[in-house]
Design a protein around this ligand. Structure first.
Ligand code: ASP
Length: 345
């Protein structure tokens, strides 16, 4: 019989790791080293579970690229010893964090499942237990002695998504995430059903894990709105040392085509600032040139984000900027799927 999978839980912070002190009513950090004592249901899973907590767990609103590096490093150091990873973060920026990790780790052959919860693990009506238990179950699911999942995913409220396709859409309901442009990879009901067709198939060649820890965060999200002024766009595009811009446009990638706006973009591109066109619509794709209001963008060297999410575009921009690519190469790699984050074609 093959050995039980080893799963490592990495707790970075967020609501999921909180329990209420019934004397003071205050929320305090949950001790993950006692996880099986606190959640005895975990004993029923056919795996061995260990956990690591960040020294100072944080609210995910305080996440930054240095914490991304810590998460990536924790996985790198423990990669050989474990068969799967469950990373717990706050849900607020989970789509940004997990998207970044998906780009930072290359040649992944094991599951990395991000999860969290809307209510603390000790609350009576908590969603934390189901999210955690099913994430662990997914991380240890194997077929023919190989993990079913070998990519970075996000599990929340009965659905497993490709992490870099997700967006947080609800601060109230347990169903906090969606993935508008890519179907769920698994759904949990009476059975845990994997949608195998949509799951990434790892290369059959054994390639070494590569972890790239350096990201460039001199970037900005410029969200268009009717009435945006030249003064505002000018000052954003002239931020000191700016390297990249996510231009959040309307519909299928349309923007105002007034001369001052196009001139400011042209100047920014000539200063080697990479500008990516991402739609404000959570579903659908940028199609530069489809409308007259986006032909100009394509001609200026604005990169199409196609159907990428803003969260994933931020991560991909931070990742690719480190490579110091020419506009032509940068465009080629940005518009192509690197981790399943964008639909090719
Ligand atoms: N503010 C919390 C966080 O993102 C919310 C959560 O844990 O879901 O850390």
């Amino acid at each position: 019989m093959s050995k039980k999978p080893n799963i490592l839980i990495v707790y970075t912070g967020g609501t999921i790791g909180m329990i209420k002190d019934y004397k003071t009513n205050a929320l305090k950090a949950f001790d993950f080293s006692q996880i099986t004592e606190n959640i005895p249901e975990l004993e029923q899973l056919q795996c061995t579970i260990k956990s690591i907590s960040f020294e100072d767990p944080i609210d995910s609103s305080n996440m930054n690229t240095s914490f991304y590096k810590d998460i990536a490093e924790t996985i790198e150091v423990n990669y050989k010893a474990y068969d799967g990873f469950v990373v717990l973060t706050g849900s607020d920026t989970m789509s940004y964090i997990s998207s970044a990790i998906s780009f930072m780790i290359d040649n992944l052959q094991k599951p990395i499942i991000f999860t969290g919860s809307q209510l603390p693990i000790g609350d009576l009506r908590t969603d934390a237990k189901e999210n955690l238990i099913t994430s662990i179950e997914i991380a240890c699911s194997q077929k023919d002695n190989k993990p079913i999942i070998s990519e970075v995913c996000l599990y929340f409220e009965y659905k497993l998504y490709r992490a870099n396709r997700t967006t947080k859409i609800n601060a109230e309901q347990f169903e906090a995430f969606t993935s508008m442009n890519y179907p769920p990879l698994a759904e949990s009901g009476v059975h845990l059903n994997f949608n195998e067709y949509y799951i990434h198939k790892p290369s059959t060649e054994k390639k070494e894990l590569v972890v790239r820890k350096e990201l460039v965060n001199d970037i900005v999200i410029l969200k268009l709105f009717p009435g945006i002024t030249e003064k505002v766009v000018h000052s954003i595009l002239n931020v000191d040392n700016l390297k990249g811009v996510i231009l959040e446009t309307y519909g299928a990638g349309n923007a105002l085509n007034t001369p001052w706006f196009l001139k400011l973009l042209k100047e920014a591109v000539s200063r080697d600032i990479k500008i990516v066109n991402v739609s404000q619509c959570p579903g659908g794709s940028v199609m530069q040139g489809h409308y007259e209001t986006s032909i100009g963008l394509k001609d200026l060297g604005i990169i199409s984000g196609k159907d990428i999410t803003t969260e994933s575009a931020v991560a991909k921009l931070m990742y690719l900027l480190k490579e110091n690519l020419s506009l032509k190469d940068f465009t080629f790699y940005f518009e192509k799927s690197l981790r399943g984050e964008i639909s090719d074609g």
